[in-house]
Design a protein around this ligand. Sequence first.
Ligand code: FAD
Length: 312
Amino acid sequence: MAVKVSDIMKKRMAFSFEVFPPKTDAGMDKLVGKGGVLDKLNTLHPDYISCTYGAGGGNVGKNLEVLDAVKAGGVAVPITHFTCIGNTKEGIKTQLQTYLDHGINHILALRGDLPFGWSGTGGDLHYATELVKFIRDEFGDKFTIAVAGSPEGHITCRSLEADISFLKQKQDEGADYIMTQLCWDMDQFRYWRDAIAAAGITIPVDVGIMPVLDSKATINMALSRNGCVIPRKLAEIISKNWIFDSPFAPTEAEESANAKKASFKEAGIEYTIGLIDEYRVAGIDGIHLYALNQFDDVARIVKESGIKDILD
Ligand code: FAD
């Protein structure tokens, strides 16, 4: 019987990684080559590994190559992210069939971010709700479907209530579980968790966690698209290790910038582990770590947080 990760989450907390399709051949080799990052991540026995998808399908080939490698590893269930913007129903159907032909039957069904200046999705489907319905209509139960949930509300939602009602609609159309947008604000997460339960959302919640390893990437992830709250504790780590232009200080010398990067990473790893503790106590169904195509720091977080009992 084929594994459904939503079934795993109904029994115990799942644990998974997210990777992205590298842009270069060297990056690809580092990720999927023999002894590469995927092989190493597999030594931590994740339940699944998901691979992101360039909105509009810019990197479909590499996305599939990465997922083929996850499948070939024989450890983790491969899950593709998939966006419907800029695509026709026929195009979506063909692509989804290709995934099935490759043995990939788990999908994170997304709308995708609209590029700046677009007023619509430029395709046949307009929201993830429609994509979920389309997948169920065309493919029945062949796919396990995950959908995105935003504990702080999607950046363009007219209200958190509206956003939650659309999330309920995704469940009603046949979604199997929720993968969350990153959220460092635990009070907000607990509020959202209660609010979705009150709205009748019962499918498992798999929490997305970005390891805090690099200040630029952290600020970028929080503010470039998602408008995420940065709690005081994390803001302090960023401020204490500030390496960017500042009106009150000369440009950082390379040596001290490197020392600050190292100290940021140390504090960030500790922060990430604390966050995982808080999420586990909040009673979630899965931890989905953005592995950022890296192994060493991610493995350290997995081991030190005790997500998995790993024998060295
Ligand atoms: P939707 O659920 O369609 O929501 C979009 C907005 O429309 C929200 O504001 C919602 O409130 C509103 N809305 C929803 N339904 C309706 C309706 N019926 N009527 C009116 N309003 C509605 N992007 C990528 O390009 N590639 C990736 O690999 C990727 N991976 C992601 C992984 C996770 C875990 C998450 C959380 C996001 C990811 N994204 C990715 C980003 C995602 O594509 C964007 O956040 C996108 O803007 C919204 O996608 P969605 O599926 O949440 O959209």
